[in-house]
Design a protein around this ligand. Sequence first.
Ligand SMILES: [Zn+2]
Ligand SMILES: [Zn+2]
Length: 134
Amino acid sequence: MPRISGQCLCGAVKFEAQEADDEFHVCHCGMCRRWGSGPFMAVRANGVEFSGTEHLDRYRSSEWAERGFCKKCGSNLFYFLIPGNEYFVSVGALQDPPALTLGSELFIDHKPAGYELAGSHRKLTEAEFFAEWS
Ligand SMILES: [Zn+2]
Ligand SMILES: [Zn+2]
């Protein structure tokens, strides 16, 4: 459970987390792909604190979640699950990323056919994901 830190592309928004999981998840749902032009890769983190919050905005993308981004450069920074008060921070935003392993791919049935991630991790369809997480 390493301590992690990260920032947006322009550096206006920075974050630190007391601890994070050692595996990350990849989401292929339509919202994540539209948000970031590809699958969203995120790791669950506890004790997340931000600096430069005047440049940070949150988009309420569903009843249960917000997506955080930098208002200056547009970088995706996190997915925030409102009911669980849980942050999933963008793996791409991490500073000196720790050696995270790929835990699972979500909404695998929404993945475009043109690319694929290697490995023997779990792959959940939309139906499997909602059965497991709700
Ligand atoms: Zn920025
Ligand atoms: Zn998604």
